[in-house]
Write a protein that binds this ligand. Structure first.
Ligand code: ZN
Length: 301
């Protein structure tokens, strides 16, 4: 490792420089898509949170990832592009660094197994992208090693900065930035892993154990559910969850108009639907506690 003297560059100055560089890229016809985070939570939806929590559960990563949080929150990831098998990004630090995160595709047999285990459980692409499915399917999708999220052995990281070791703050920021991006475009996870998300949509007569629809309430992504799936210890979330659970409606077995309305509002709480229904929905009375719970799990560090 070597040390290099670098003059202090303020965040504002770095931002100005980065904006100039990105404008040049745009002129050359390169699409530029910065990671922008509103508020403290890096990710709010099932897909975004599951991406972050998957990475945090690996000890190789958990020590080094935190250094990326401030970076991603302050807008340092000035461009992030997702292609099949790769996330490419520019991160503004003392200079602008180029980061690449290569992710191997989901092996075919594994993908077939995920689809088989989830068959009949997800009715539409909208449900899939909004993360509206039973906890059984969530657990299957998030399963360590055999789910949809990559393990460190399936990821190769690189950065053009001089501090490059196994994971610098630029790479860590990009890994979190991908979580933020999945909130907005969950379909990019399927693109990255080179599988077709439509394979997960229910097909009549193929129902298997996980497909059995739980009570409608089971489709809600509660604040603590993901941490349960990932086996993380999150005392704060657990506390909030107890409170949330006591307010949960009784499971409904028949589909009525009321159930449909509830489903829609739950989707809003899940987060992805904010794009569709606007901010007003996200402020729904009981949605507040859940959104808050999710926020805490990532923001409190
Ligand atoms: Zn770096």
């Amino acid at each position: 490792m070597y040390y290099e003297w670098r003059p202090y560059v303020s965040v504002a100055e770095r931002r100005r420089k980065a904006a100039g560089e990105m404008a040049k890229l745009r002129k050359k016809g390169h699409p530029v898509s910065p990671v922008t985070i509103e508020g403290r939570a890096i990710a709010r939806t099932f897909w975004g949170k599951a991406w972050c929590e998957n990475l945090e559960r690996y000890s190789d990563y958990s020590n080094r990832l935190p250094r990326g949080r401030t970076y991603v929150r302050n807008g340092s990831v000035v461009d992030l592009q997702v292609a099949a098998g790769e996330v490419k990004a520019f991160v503004s630090g003392s200079a602008i660094y180029k980061v690449a995160v290569k992710v191997s595709p989901v092996p075919r047999p594994r993908w077939r197994s995920i689809c088989k285990d989830s068959a009949g459980a997800i009715d539409s692409l909208v449900e899939l992208l909004q993360g509206r499915f039973s906890q059984g399917v969530m657990e299957r999708i998030c399963r360590q090693g055999t789910g949809l999220f990559p393990s460190p052995s399936e990821i190769r990281l690189s950065c053009s900065c001089p501090d490059w070791a196994s994971m610098c703050k630029h790479v860590a920021a990009v890994l979190y930035g991908m979580g933020t991006r999945l909130d907005e475009q969950p379909e990019l996870l399927f693109k990255l892993r080179e599988v077709d998300g439509k394979d997960l949509i229910a097909r009549a007569g193929e129902g298997l154990p996980l497909a059995k629809k739980g009570p409608a309430a089971a489709k809600v992504l509660k604040g603590g559910e993901l941490s349960e799936i990932f086996g993380l210890e999150m005392a704060e979330v657990a506390a909030t969850k107890t409170e949330t659970r006591s307010k949960s409606p009784k499971p409904r077995r028949t589909k009525t108009l009321a159930t449909k309305a509830a489903k829609t509002s739950r989707a809003v709480k899940g987060g992805t639907a904010r794009r569709l229904t606007g901010q007003a929905g996200a402020q729904g009375a009981s949605g507040r506690s859940r959104a808050g719970a999710g926020k805490k799990s990532l923001a409190r560090r």
